[in-house]
Unconditional design. Sequence first.
Length: 673
Amino acid sequence: MAPTRLLILVVAILAWTGGALATSLTDPVSVTVSPDPVSAGNTALSVAVGFAADPGPGTVTVTVSDAAGGSVTNSAAASGVTTTVPVDVASLADGTLTVSATFTDGTGATGAPATTQAFKDTVAPTVTLNATGGQAATVTVTSDEPLASLSVQAGPETLSLADFTGDTATVQLPDGTHEIAVVSATDGVGNAAGAVPATSVAVDATPPSVTLLAPTDALLTDASPTVSATVTDTIALANVSLTVTDATGATTLVPGDAGVTLDGSSFTADLAAAGVTITDGNASLTLAATDTTGNVASASHAFEMDALGPAVSTFDFRFTNGELRLEVDAGEPLSTLRVDVDGPEGYVLTKEDFTVAGTRYTVYRTPIQGTYRVTLLEATDAVGNPMQAPRTATATTDVISPFIEEFAVRTTDSTVTVTVVSSEPLDTFTVQLVGDGRRTLDENDFRGFRSYSYTLPNARPGGYRATLLDATDAAGNAATVGHTASAIIEEPPAPTPVPTAVPATPVPTVATPEPLPETAAPPMAQSSVQPSASSLAPVVVRAAVDTAGVTAGEELAVFATVYNPAPTEAELAVKLYVDGVPVETVLVVVPGETATELLLTETFVLPGEYTVRVGEVDAGTVTVWPAGETPAADPAPASAGASGGGPDLAIATGVAVLTLLGGAVALSMRMRG
């Protein structure tokens, strides 16, 4: 086909299609905007319009419009598949921009547009800076929009956005004052914040320095000392306080209180002017300082306060156990002690005279009779503090033994009364009463004051003997003991018997009894009597003590023989007498025409010499030595009685006397109280 015909055909086709084929071949297929987003520092857009193929000669037109209705347009000749068109959008409003690109060919035909969007932000962020000092620097940066970058210079340290948590960053800086400044801050599109005013902070991580200068002694004697110290800080002090602690509690003083000043680094507290008195005992001073950044430091001094003299809690002066005793207790050791003693005799006691046990000082002195007065003249503690108050005391001595003015036993038909009269009241005394039994009485059994009496009611007839065993007054002085007294209640008269005729009874002849075996009784002093030929009642015919001497507390044996001349058995109450006072009674049953041998005993409490008899037969005299004393030789038993006696006993009736070992039967009953 000839070229002319082909051209005619193409023109015809274009005419038939209305140019649609040409338009589709030149429409842009992409629009790219740079920069996006648009910032205040760069409002000139570079819009790249892309085509599927080279559109050929023509014009590429780009229109950028904002949401407020404003728009700007610029064109450029098409140049291949991509044509870049510059557009300045400085006049458009911030926000979303719509970018539209079209192609117009050489015939003036314009194809369909290609569009995209861009964002414009030309407003810089508003940034504020705050910083505080302290033990570290705290930096706070705030912005009205998110920041994409941040640089802060904090003293020698540079902070970036990564150093912040939220709006805040903490940085440890050297002690001192430091400038904090925002170097740069940009938002997400690169808008840079304007200049931000810098600030400064003081950093102080070092506590104050506190040094107590006085007092520093471990023992203080001034109850209101003056406290001095130095207090410094690398930046500045916020407050200083002094706390005084003792047994009563704690008192805190600050500069401005009476007597308390802080002049620069010099701290002084006059406790006397401040009205503070430290009590004796353990105490302490604590000076504390706080600087403006909250660092705290303190210095303390513990000590013992001894500003008061000894407080004598015990000043006990008394007469006891025959001695004067003075006891002083001041609650602390004493360096000096002097006591004046006045009375029947006068002298001064010093510390060296006392026995020391801890803080207790005791001294004993043997006095004479009278009233003594003691006065505490001096008492100082270990640091020389004098006693707080003088002390006095009195004591009356009693070194004279009581005198027994009367010691008596009195009887009525049925009573026995023991009387003890002393020259002074007795504290204790003991009396032994023998008769109708044996009783040991003490001061609780007696009534009276200085004149004491005891009455035994329903007393039986017989002899009664009382012995004063011991007696002491309240001071412990002992009276002379050994006083004895005796009395007898007589047997009532027997009723007069009615005479009756009695047949004559021949009087038996009593043969002389054989000597008792050696085992029946030891060698002894003895006495015997002859039974009456006209009496048929049992009778004591012989008595003897086994020895003439014993020691106090030792038992004495007394032997006796009872003979019954009657043909039938009979009983007899055999009584043992000491100095005429019955001390023991034995009821013995003696077979008819038989002699019975008896053994009686007695224990002597007091030394002395005593006579002993059984019934009406003297048994001899016995000497009692003091307990623990042994005589040089045991004296031979002394003979007593009317007949002189011996181991053989002749009885006038001629009736043979049987000995106990020879088969005599006796029933004896000891009647002892």
